[in-house]
Design a protein. Structure first.
Length: 276
């Protein structure tokens, strides 16, 4: 799976508390659901397997898999996000499902999102190494204080972390090859022009020194050097359409002076020259 192909849609993101005894009967959801268990413990039936889930666990529930919650050990707090990995024409009208498959109409069954993940990976419990950064991003979405574009970029970060650390079998190459390719694709698409190495590490949930080393092993150039090259190429193209000050902002510079100096250092002439 390539991050450049992911076009998510967030259906619901909110805090939630469920009292003891308020079980959720067997259901199949149309989309993906990411749950963080803040407080409490409960039994989660997923497919034909049973899991005891505790505070601090992360659950990743996939479309089309029957599951139920047995909340018999006390109240639980579980903020969660429902989302499509790939936006569909009907994404905005599809509701949250509380129905089992045999209770769905033919139309409702057609709403079940394609599952991009291997059928043999049946555990809903996921592992995230850099959990504090992951949860910071998760709560940013749940808070509802961001616009749709920001929320979309944030959910892409979460999806990337889930894939990188839990579904490496999706890729033909090793995990490090796959994450640096995702970063390269991200930059090639014109993103991250003002990002530092620390920013890339935080966005893709990897150690910065690891990323720098693996990127150079894969592409023969440092990550930031590659970013700088693409940044200047993008700036040169944008100068055909915008002023120097506008381009300076578009490619992530805080001042036109810093941009002009970097541009001249790279091309040998000032951006005001706007050569072809």
């Amino acid at each position: 799976m390539n991050l450049s192909l992911i076009n998510p849609y967030i259906r619901l993101a909110r805090e939630s508390r469920i009292p003891k005894g308020h079980n959720i009967a067997k259901r199949v959801i149309y989309d993906y659901e990411l749950i963080y268990i803040e407080e409490g413990s409960f039994t989660f039936i997923y497919g034909d397997k049973s899991f005891l889930c505790n505070a601090g666990d992360l659950l990743f529930i996939r479309p089309g898999i029957p599951h139920s919650f047995i909340i018999d050990l006390g109240e639980i707090s579980q903020p969660h996000i429902h989302f499509d990995i790939a936006h569909r024409p009907q994404s905005e009208i599809i509701p949250i499902s509380f129905k089992d498959l045999d209770k769905m109409s033919e139309e409702e069954r057609g709403w079940i999102h394609e599952d991009f993940f291997p059928s043999f990976h049946q555990s809903p419990l996921i592992h995230i190494q850099n959990k504090s950064d992951f949860l910071e991003t998760f709560y940013h979405i749940v808070s509802g204080n961001s616009d749709d574009l920001t929320k979309k970029s944030l959910i892409i970060k979460l999806i990337a972390a889930i894939i990188n650390e839990n579904f490496s079998e999706l890729f033909q190459d090793n995990n490090h090859v796959n994450v640096v390719k995702q970063i390269k694709d991200y930059i090639d698409a014109g993103n991250g022009m003002g990002m530092t190495l620390d920013d890339f590490a935080k966005t893709f949930f990897y150690d910065k020194f690891y990323l720098e080393r693996k990127f150079k092993e894969s592409y023969g150039v440092n990550l930031i050097e590659y970013r700088n090259k693409k940044r200047m190429e993008l700036a040169k193209h944008l100068l055909k359409l915008h002023s120097v000050s506008e381009v300076s902002e578009l490619v992530g510079y805080r001042s036109i002076y810093a941009f002009s100096r970097a541009y001249k250092s790279f091309f040998g002439y000032a951006p005001s020259k706007k050569r072809g």
